[in-house]
Design a protein around this ligand. Sequence first.
Ligand SMILES: [Zn+2]
Length: 115
Amino acid sequence: MEMVCPACNKANTEETHCSRCGADLLALVQIRRSAALALNSGTRYLKQNDGRNALHQAEISWHLKKSAEAARLAFLACLHLQRFTSATRWYELAAYRECEPALKVPNLSPFGERT
Ligand SMILES: [Zn+2]
């Protein structure tokens, strides 16, 4: 897994320290892994028709790493829960992350439509 150093922007293949500046990358690697685990767990919940837990895991993944995959899972979970306004917002976030993965996410809050 390639890790871009937040200190010097060097892409690293090593997962513990930046090969250029020596910055500790381990915490970032752990955050990425936790985001991936939440995504896998959410996907499993969705396959079991458990939209509520799928959405919860997608939100956890999204908070850890703003990935298009997390937004897509949240979109599908919202459709399953018939929360169409939130689904539309997640769809927009997923599309935005796919087009501009390195940019900061715009202020589109998918949260707030709770039932
Ligand atoms: Zn570095």
